[in-house]
Design a protein around this ligand. Structure first.
Ligand code: NAP
Ligand code: G4F
Length: 321
């Protein structure tokens, strides 16, 4: 079995590569050219995966990588994935996160229409939610250029499935985190800063909207759902989440409890971190994935946040930060 992962250097790409290698796959990854290599998340896998330079902005590079690798499965995880950046760089976000999906689907049509395709869609598409909890039939109302781009990526995947009979699936994943999460996202920002406060390196944590609520799960659990979607008999779309919602304040309470401190003495709200339009509350209804794929999340929110804080403390003790 041969799989190609775009975004292999990202959080999900690294967990998915591990997951597929454990199942005996030959794993290939797309990396974009950079003046310095930033392969930290996959450094432990470097001799087990094959990396290819290509870019979601460059149609021919995608066609060539598919011709070279001849994959049976393509997981399209690459994107400009940070919501605030999408207001600063809305056009680039659209190019990567929206049109990049069409480029990959066109490459599949040109090279091998039998390839099974996974698109990394997002609960950000629900935005200003129309109902709670959100399922596969809940209408979208995105609240950021990123969310709008993901809606395009979702519907172009559905459209190519219906127009060209491709095995193209869209996983509507709710927030998922891990010790490998980028430090700009709120869970990792909190775990990292709590670890630095624990180590006496800093004393304050600036935060935005404390009341925002998310359905947060563990990335290692969610990559299994991606794989299951491509093993199904028919290509369908699935909501993947836990069904449990927590607030940013609750996240902070857990992280500071792990370091034995009172969060109120360290956390300050910074209005500059509020978003032009906010997604206030997301909550998944993952019952279709449970029923049809047999998928269940394993790690709880609290377990995950405590693990993230402990991992960051170890990193700081080892000299990071
Ligand atoms: P991430 O850590 O930000 O990783 C994004 C990856 O995309 C990186 O490997 C990045 O490469 C790559 N990339 C960006 N632009 C590219 C381009 N033009 N060409 C090739 N590669 C490019 O994101 P993640 O958390 O793993 O998320 C994976 C996917 O799931 C993303 O599409 C994200 O939008 C979506 N998603 C994530 C969540 C979540 O909670 N994590 C939830 C729903 C959906 P570099 O290393 O070179 O930057
Ligand atoms: O961690 P976040 O930046 O994640 P967000 O915006 O929900 O997006 C993530 O999940 C999406 C799935 O729904 C993915 F598609 C997307 O790629 C990404 O992985 O922010 C979570 C919440 C927001 O409401 C934000 O306003 O936390 C709030 N928040 C409060 N203070 C903060 C901060 N977020 C960040 N990043 N930094 C803060 O200081």
């Amino acid at each position: 079995m041969i799989a190609l992962i775009t975004g292999i250097t990202g959080q999900d790409g690294s967990y998915l590569a591990e997951f597929l290698l454990d199942r005996g796959y030959e794993v290939h990854g797309v990396v974009r050219r950079s003046s310095v290599e930033k392969y930290d998340r996959i450094s432990h896998l470097r001799d087990r995966v094959t990396l290819h330079q290509a870019d979601l902005l460059d149609q021919l590079s995608l066609i060539r990588v598919l011709e070279r690798v001849e994959p049976r499965e393509v997981y399209n995880l690459a994107a400009q994935s940070f919501v605030p950046t999408s207001w600063d760089q809305p056009l680039l976000t659209g190019e990567f996160t929206a049109l990049g999906v069409t480029r990959m689907l066109e490459a599949i049509r040109a090279v091998d229409p039998a390839i099974r395709f996974y698109q990394a869609s997002s609960s950000e598409m629900f935005g200003k939610v129309r109902e709670t909890p959100q399922n596969e039939d809940t209408p979208f109302y995105p609240r950021s250029p990123y969310g709008v781009a993901k809606v395009y990526g979702h519907f172009i995947t559905v459209n190519y499935r219906e127009s060209y009979d491709l095995f193209a699936t869209s996983g509507i994943l709710f927030n998922h985190e891990s010790p490998r999460r980028g430090r700009e996202f709120v869970t990792r920002k909190v775990s990292w800063e709590a670890a630095r406060i624990h180590g006496g390196l800093v004393d304050r944590l600036s935060i935005g909207n404390l009341r925002a609520e998310r359905d947060w799960g563990f990335a290692g659990d969610y990559v299994e759902a991606m794989w299951l979607m491509l093993q199904a008999e028919t290509p369908e779309d699935y909501v993947i989440g836990t069904g449990v919602t927590n607030s940013v304040q609750r996240l902070i309470e857990i992280a500071f409890d792990e370091i034995g401190r009172d969060w109120r003495e360290h956390v300050e709200q910074d209005p500059a971190l509020l978003r032009p339009a906010e997604v206030e509350r997301l909550c998944a209804d993952p019952s279709k994935a449970k029923r049809q794929l047999g998928w269940e999340p394993r790690m709880s929110f609290e377990e995950m946040i405590r693990l993230m804080v402990r991992t960051d403390i170890e990193r700081i003790d080892a000299g990071a930060g």
